[in-house]
Design a protein around this ligand. Sequence first.
Ligand SMILES: [Zn+2]
Length: 354
Amino acid sequence: MSAELVEQYQEILPLETHCPLCRRPSSRSDATSEHIIPAWLQTRLSLRDRLLTLPNGRRRHYRSVRVDICSACNNQRFSQLENRLTRIWDRCACDESSFYDASFEIADDDVAAWLGKMFWLLARLGFETPDPTTRNAECVDTVVPQDLMPFMTWLGLYVASYALEKRALSCYSDDTADPANYGRSYSLYRFRIDDQGQPIERFNLIDHYLSMGIAMRLGDLGLVCLYDDELHARWRSAYYADLSSTWVHSVQFSEIVARMFYDQLMLHPLARDFTPFWNSSLDAVITCNGFKRGADPYWGLSDDPDLYADMLNRVMPDGTHAQIERVGDQFTTFLRDRAGNLWDVVNNCPRSTA
Ligand SMILES: [Zn+2]
């Protein structure tokens, strides 16, 4: 099953006949309707009647964003993870402790799989749904454009490997066939968010297909996960290192997300090329990244300030775009001043990060 999984991962299996998570055949009697944004989150954060913006700009109620998955995925593999998260959330809500601190009780692999599952199911649903904005066009497209889906199938393979309790690892094109070289398939970041007592939304979900990234703000926890064979963590994490030891405002978190998504658009094309293979001794899917291990795959990071500004405006909450000031190729924003120092939101001043 697992070698077959790798061989056929680019095939998009119909939702009517196969589970979109584990790819196993699934009959109607076996299928269970899954809230893509977990029901426990919708209940606790009063999201059910709120609107989720789709990639085509249309909005749907969170409660209606559902897809059928098999009972094994819904009631076993993923429900165990959801139950752990729910217990931690409820405990923190009860004693008013930090969800950010408690989140480290959940391993990175599990957090990445949890976010990846949401990301993948949103993509699958969008891939199946005709885009009403194109209904008068010569070719009617789907909410997630058809030509984007082959690029996303690697995420589907990653999620399937977790669903089937297999490992997912990565290597680079010039690596020898030595398991010691194998690393993670993703870059995951956790940030502590402090809004200084201001009444703000406690939840936000941002995804970007071309960046292969998803971000979520959940109370005082900000998560960013990039499904990139760990390239960002290896080559770009130093830029964000000072942020991991402090708190950030929720608007600053949105800006971090924009910056990380922008980083991913600057990846060399070969670094976006994934070739998976099956390693039976490790019981793992290994993705061979097209780039070489020792070379920086991020090129032209400062070459496209307009694209960066566009990403900022796409990700930032409504009404904050006016805070972005451009001087030449430099931006002064909520996160860093023109000299690159981190803004201290509490004292409303820049502080040295040296
Ligand atoms: Zn399944």
